[in-house]
Ligand binder design. Structure first.
Ligand code: 13P
Length: 253
């Protein structure tokens, strides 16, 4: 049975007081979740040490939203994977559509980031997804599988087994327009089939998340789909009560 994962992505939101209030509100809810469900918060870099400290004795995992593609040295403004590891991070997002679109993260850069994270045993959460234009042109599957091919073509099955993949259709991010459970399941099935062509065992164990306007009203139906193993939640992860509801809506299968 695959583990379930509900990940919150705070994006560029939050401060120290918010971290304290959020962690005391969420921790008891998360402790009560069945074994087999992981919960994670991806926060801005400056908040990570505090978040790691607040969640140290809880089941909540901590993720960065970005990492340098370089290991160390003269790279002003960057944060290395080793620094994230020493701060206590468990995971890190790579390839979020906002980074692809606004910060020019290329395939080469994203692959280096994934490699740096794997070197220090931080779990990469690799984000893929098509734009509305691509979906309307009937290119959604091809776009998503070619984004995934960056990993499948360049990493071993062993390395791939340490990565979670988040399908986030760009048209559903921050728009309130979520993919229907059927649309999301169809793409997740397609993604898993694509992984199966490389390695059947890997396909069965790979954790696939759905992201894009997930909220407490739509999460249980999305999470009930056979190939959806959890979610990557943006806006709704900024309210502890809502996020706790979303975490509780996932069931161990
Ligand atoms: P929203 O849940 O706000 O649509 O954001 C999704 C997302 O981008 C998570 O990474």
């Amino acid at each position: 049975m695959r583990r379930k994962l509900v990940a919150g992505n705070w994006k560029m939101n939050g401060d120290s007081a918010f971290v304290s209030a959020f962690s005391s509100a969420i921790a008891p809810n998360i402790q009560a979740l069945p074994e087999g469900i992981d919960v994670l918060i991806a926060a801005p870099t400056i908040l990570l040490p505090q978040l790691c400290q607040e969640f140290a004795l809880t089941r909540v995992l901590v993720a960065a939203q970005n990492v340098s593609s370089y290991a160390s040295g003269a790279y002003t403004g960057e944060t290395s994977a080793e620094m994230l590891s020493k701060a206590g991070c468990d995971a890190c997002l790579v390839g979020h559509s906002e980074r692809r679109a606004l910060f020019g993260d290329t395939d080469e850069v994203m692959l280096s980031k994934v490699r740096r994270l794997l070197e220090v045993e931080i779990q990469p959460i690799f984000c893929i997804g098509e734009t509305l234009e691509q979906r309307d042109l009937g290119q959604a599957s091809n776009v998503v599988t070619s984004q995934l091919a960056l990993l499948l073509d360049n990493l071993s099955s062993e390395a791939l087994g340490k990565i979670a993949v988040a399908y986030e259709p760009v048209w559903a991010i921050g728009t309130g327009r979520t993919a229907s459970p059927e649309q999301a399941q169809a793409m997740h099935e397609r993604i898993r089939d694509h992984v199966r062509q490389k390695d059947a065992e890997l396909a069965e164990k790979m954790v696939l998340l759905y992201g894009g306007s997930v909220n407490a009203d739509n999460s249980s139906e999305l999470f009930a789909q056979p190939d959806i193993d959890g979610g990557l939640v943006g806006g709704a992860s900024l309210q502890a009560d809502n996020f706790a509801q979303i975490c509780k809506s996932i069931e161990c299968r």
